[in-house]
Design a protein around this ligand. Structure first.
Ligand code: ADP
Length: 351
């Protein structure tokens, strides 16, 4: 019987390492006494965020494969002893009410611009808001907030080292761009980038925030898996242009967040660069990238549609000048505020 259970459990894959839990040595023991079987799981990483989900999955898979075991098998997670120097997981986002990833299938669709302007819209709605710029391949938030030269201070609290986020335009901001030169970003690979992101996730001294928006790198990759596994994300929003929305990268992004072992709610799809209105023809809308693509895709993948942002010159200029356009252009602010209000509506409240 033990062998059979072991075989069943080899079908349970850890989402971060992509290894099955038997091969990874997570199944520590399987013992049967008086007809009751106990499966002990021990995760090498202290407080592994996937532990509870894997436990449930293991239990269900055994019960489904051997219906007689229903009620007679218990899967238990044994906590590995925490390593003392390791900063506690989520220690620095404990003061944050909602952590929301802003993702896109490809670069250049306006994900960072949307993140910056959404942060301003949320701030204008009275929410304390921060941005973690984790876009390792093109960290652009420092430029958008006019603080490119910012060097984060390091402070010690209770024997732990922390880094202090920048404050700009009423937004708390931490960026991987404070630590690397943009021209070096492409050289960052694998473990180096992952470790840097982990440090930002666990050592940034955030204030009490209502919303922390994470400007994710485009696509799906190691950095995404790191963020998903190291932080409890409350939701993800996907930014796309009308013609990019159905491409495989966007679909993969949605699937990544919705993977049963990841289980981050997709709060909705934002369409950026929906149309263009020339100044001299204010009533005309030119749908240069096609019309309604994101709305259709949102319906297809059963995700809320959060709104459209047209192509507006001041949005581009604002990014270049280090002042997101929502600060100065009421029409732009209204577009983003509509999207922000829907995000607030769709974000699950915590108890
Ligand atoms: P990503 O983060 O997806 O790579 P960016 O936010 O850097 O994309 O945007 C790419 C370019 O498009 C930037 O120059 C930005 O100013 C411009 N841009 C983004 N959204 C708009 C918009 N709605 N109207 C005008 N320009 C935009």
């Amino acid at each position: 019987m033990e062998e059979k259970i072991r075989e069943i459990l080899s079908g349970v894959i850890h989402p971060e390492t992509q290894e099955d839990i038997v091969a990874a040595g997570i199944v520590e023991s399987i013992s049967t006494d008086n007809g009751k079987t106990v499966v002990m799981l021990c995760f090498p990483k202290p407080r592994d965020p996937f532990a509870a989900r894997i436990r449930t999955q293991a239990q269900q898979m055994i019960e489904r494969a051997i219906p007689d075991m229903k009620g007679n098998v218990t899967v238990v997670v044994k906590e590995a002893a925490p390593r003392p120097q390791q900063p506690q997981r989520e220690s620095t986002t404990r003061s944050v009410r909602h952590v929301i990833a802003v993702a896109s299938g490809k670069g250049g669709v306006g994900k960072s611009t949307v993140t910056a302007n959404l942060a301003i819209a949320l701030r204008n709605m009275g929410y304390a808001t921060g941005i973690l710029d984790a876009d390792i391949y093109g960290p652009s938030q420092p430029k958008m907030f006019g603080i490119e030269g910012y060097v984060p201070d390091a402070v010690q609290q209770d024997g732990n080292d922390y880094i202090v986020p920048a404050q700009s335009l009423g937004i708390e901001l931490m960026s991987i761009g404070f630590f690397i030169r943009p021209e070096d970003a492409l050289m960052w690979r694998g473990a180096m980038a992952t470790n840097a992101i982990k440090q930002l996730l666990h050592q940034t001294l955030w204030g009490p925030l209502d919303y922390l928006l994470i400007d994710m790198p485009p696509g799906t990759g190691d950095i995404h898996l790191t963020i998903i596994s190291e932080l409890k994300l409350d939701g993800a929003v996907i930014v796309s242009t009308p013609q990019q929305v159905a491409v495989a990268d966007v679909v993969r992004g949605v699937q990544m967040f919705r993977h049963p072992q990841v289980n981050v709610p997709v709060l909705g799809i934002i369409e950026n660069m929906s149309w263009f209105t020339p100044k001299e023809l204010p009533d005309n809308r030119y749908y240069i990238f096609g019309r309604g693509g994101a709305r259709r895709y949102a319906a297809e993948c059963d995700a809320p549609f959060l709104g459209e942002i047209p192509i507006i010159q001041s949005i581009m200029e604002g990014s270049d000048e280090g002042r997101p356009s929502s600060l100065d252009d009421p029409q732009v602010e209204e577009y983003y505020r509509t999207v922000a209000a829907r995000i607030v509506e769709n974000t699950p409240e915590k108890c």
